[in-house]
Design a protein around this ligand. Structure first.
Ligand SMILES: O=C(CO)[C@H](O)[C@H](O)COP(=O)(O)O
Length: 233
């Protein structure tokens, strides 16, 4: 007897579309949904448009996502207008087996953490390349007030990390909040909760891209053999 042929490998774009669609199952009808930022979330937003008459709208974590939602006719609410959201759907740069994440590759980490914090559930959508044993291979984004960037870079050097200010079009990138991003390499983050707590206390740091307190409740991981659902306690 011949064994069945392996499933054809899907492209990263197809894996993102697969989890973007699967996330619709977590959207609560009649409610406002929290929406993250990035290429995977863009697939989710496109899929969400098919449900737009069944939801009240969205709270968005970035100008880019707001523009995409509104272009598709999905109303966007200010986060201050909504006390609690049933669910927040967002991507990640890395996620580990406990639901801890590195986020901020799209420079939206501060607003992402705010919307995640006001949501009862965080559903992470990611292709399988994002699953890691230990956080830290992806350069860790940290949003910093511009006058503190060099001091923060020196503090990371003391922890053994190499940090630099993210640039765009020849100048420091400016976030939706008017701040800068420092990206840090060379760290292995074995204690995400402790690390997040420590770095958040450094003067000038607005948000560190380790999501430990706002970790994922569920991760929908795109693989060539289908969506793998990981639940975290
Ligand atoms: O944290 C983020 C943006 O700040 C994104 O969720 C993260 O960078 C993943 O992006 P993508 O889905 O494009 O791989």
């Amino acid at each position: 007897m011949t064994s069945p042929a392996p499933a054809p490998a899907l492209t990263q774009d197809e894996l993102k579309a697969q989890v973007g669609l699967a996330a619709l199952d977590y959207v609560v009808k009649g409610e406002i949904v929290g929406v993250g930022t990035g290429s995977t979330v863009n697939k989710f937003i496109d899929a969400l448009a098919t449900l737009k008459t069944q939801i009240r709208g969205a709270v968005s974590s970035s100008v880019a996502s707001t523009e995409r939602l509104q272009a598709l006719g999905i109303p966007v609410f200010d986060s201050n207008e909504v006390e609690e959201l049933a669910v927040y759907i967002d991507g990640a740069d890395e996620i580990d087996g406990r639901g801890y994440m590195i986020k901020g590759g799209g420079a939206a980490l501060t607003r992402e953490k705010i919307v995640a914090a006001q949501s009862r559930r965080f559903v992470c959508i990611a292709d399988s390349s994002k699953l890691v044993n230990t956080l830290g291979a992806f350069p860790l984004p940290v949003e910093v007030i511009p006058m503190a960037t060099q001091r923060v870079i020196r503090q990371f050097a003391r922890l053994g990390g190499q940090a630099q200010v993210r640039r765009k079009d020849g100048a420091p990138l400016v976030t939706d909040n008017g701040q800068h991003i420092v990206d840090v390499t060379g760290l292995r983050i074995t204690d995400p909760l402790g690390f997040e707590t420590e770095v958040n206390q450094w003067p000038g740091v607005i948000t560190v891209g380790v999501f430990a307190r706002q970790r994922a409740s569920v991760c929908l991981l795109g693989t060539s053999s289908g969506v793998r659902t990981m639940r975290f306690g």
